[in-house]
Design a binder for this molecule. Sequence first.
Ligand code: TH1
Length: 845
Amino acid sequence: MVTITKNINSNTSSNKNTLDSAMLKVRIEHHLSHTLGDIIINNVIDKQCTETKKAYWHATSLALNEVITEKLNQSQLRQSQSACKSVNYLSLEYLMGRLLSNNLHNLDLYTITEKVLKSLGFELADLCEQGADLALGNGGLGRLAACFLDSLATLDYNAMGYGIHYQHGLFKQHFADGHQVETPDMWREFGSPWEICRPESTQLIPLYGHIEEVPQADGSTETKWTAGKTLKGVPYDIPIVGYNSSTVNALRLWQCRADSAFDWDKFNNGDYLMALEQQVHAEIVSKVLYPNDEHAAGQELRFIQQYFFCACSVRDIIKRYQAQYGALTPAQSEHFSSKVAIQLNDTHPTIAILELMRLLLDEFQFQWQDAWQLARKVFAYTNHTLLPEALEKWPVKLFERVLPRHLTILYRINEAFLNEEVNAMWPNNDNMRRALSIIDEGGEGNERKVRMAHLCVIASHKVNGVAQVHSDLVKSDLFPEFNQLWPKKLTNVTNGITPRRWLKACNPLLSALLDSEINADWAKELTQLSLLSNKADNADFQQQFMQIKHQNKVALTKEIKALTGITVSPDAIFDVQIKRLHEYKRQHLNLLHIIALYRRLLADPAMEMYPQVFIFGAKAAPGYKLAKDIIFAINKVADKINNDTRIHDKLKVVFLPNYRVSLAEKIIPAADVSEQISTAGKEASGTGNMKLALNGAVTIGTLDGANIEIAEEVGNDNIFICGLTVDEVKALDQNGYNPTDYYHNNEEIKACLDWLDSDYFTPGHAGALSPIKESLLAGGDPYKVLADFQSYSDAQNKLNVAYQDKKRWARMAILNTALMGKFNSDRSIEDYIANIWQLTPVSAN
Ligand code: TH1
């Protein structure tokens, strides 16, 4: 047992900060001169030059870190003294974005920092732009993890995020002649002020090698694993600052290094390159984030990434437990599971289950039953998708080679599950055994594979989907048998977003208006925004609200000009689709409608239509051909439309390059319309839908994911719903969907698709856009774009008319902001706490 001798100083541990502007100024200047070494170029400080701004950004971040680190230490001390339960969030992705502005807001130091920097000749907002995005994730799944960490700290829960310290996060994107080009993300080329290296928590991780059965004195055998290689995991902690709370938690990211820096023998023998080989190989493990969103990668390196980070994290969790409570013995089982929860963010961290079992069995001398009972109490799993291509299955052969011991444990889990639990429910039923087994036996030339989701469901005490409709589908379509076996295991926690980043920090004008209207800390109690409903028809308030929207649109207009050269009017409707590029998200449905509008305008230049700007932001996975074709098509159609004077600027199309968190923060406050048009049943939740609505954008969307719950909150008058429902999509599939029927029966669809075959949008290159048409006809249109086209187009027409009624639109926009309270990620976290984690908060007050 470790005794804690330090005492908590209640002054510094409270959520009130003692930092005043004089002290802050001293600290910034101290870091400028002492930590960074004054950057003065040619004897003058050029306050306009990027290097100077970067230095001041860095110094400000370091000054702030002194407050943050102190709070982190106090939080950890308090959490260990209270012996509260903690949650360990395991995720291969964290899309944190920039940290300075959010940390300042959460500490309530934004205003004084702004003043101090002004006195030094800088705009804080300008300096915030100097920070790199921490883009250690692909999209919604990684951003959800970031929002959850913010909420956990805000609500004073003891939580640790675990992930990988990727040297390169998600690639940067630019366009060359309309095509996506990827370049490496260099977020910490010159270091990052936010991370604290923790060498004392390094872990050594074995892999490869072989296993043997060693006979024991009692006649039984024990499996012994001799590893063939060892990796070293070095953790970097990024402090997670709660909003107006006393807690700072940590995000612990593992960097992979070789066990030894280089091989002296080889070096001495003159083989300099080979001497470094191990190091190079080890560093590859945490080198780069896999850029696939909802597509299982399948390479050995990805598998090793998963294992490496799970093994480091599970060992660290046990080590922290032991430091606080002493030895981990079978007698401590109950105690351990009353202090530790582990949440698996999708199946990417599944190996954590096997690693915990292996450690308990092989290193802590647990009996099988004790270890298994403990694991089942500790783990819970979140499913984020039903898409078959995203459900991870690893070849048994790969498991056998890299993690031979883990595979024997997996087999034993499977055997016990099939022989005891499945057999009890469905006696001697081979079909059920086959369907539920963790092993997909393959057959007919297919190799045997491990179904990671099955292991997750079997080992977890709770499995949740991320929006009600998705959780219902997880029960009815994905895991119906598991749901029969354990009716209480499958549950729902609807996703949420942090209102701190996604309103308070990114939309200062609207935030100020809300502050003046609402006599409560709405950034914590987001449901308080419903008070605005009373003002939805108030002409004065409408005017103020829409004036802010207009100002945000003016700002985005400038950004668009700077990034693309395209001129758009802030008076037009800003219609926004920002998310990863994927067929199921149907950016090409949006495109098809844009082409139809263009065609209508050419046919009838006097056509009644309020000017509309369609704004896209999306990255395509580098290996996803059709997604890249869609980007190219949008860019080419945009070129043509934006330069066609015949349509008098009624239509503009903008594809902003390098969509990321910090760009989202500029687009979202300026959006009038939020495009959420996935095929029903395919988007598990969506979270961009929540961010846009919270900032007063009106949704045009399908009844999919969280859109359904958004519609419930705002009411059908304040959202444009279109397209097939989940049941209608299913029925269409059952009866045989034939997209060519729509092509032949809808003259507009036919004309638009045929247009893509010509060289109209790609002069001299006829057929360059044909892959889109092919995917929708010969390709079978798997995501029902043509089936939903007319309904979507009709909804767009209604929306365009609605926008022209200024009062009606203002009312809709206000009600969207007012009624998003449910989608606060604090509520999601409280749901996890109540249904899955059972934690109690620990604050200084
Ligand atoms: C996303 C879902 O598509 C989205 O609907 C949801 O809001 C979000 O997760 C958060 O719950 C997913 N992202 C990934 C990424 C990978 C694999 C599966 C999913 S599901 C790599």
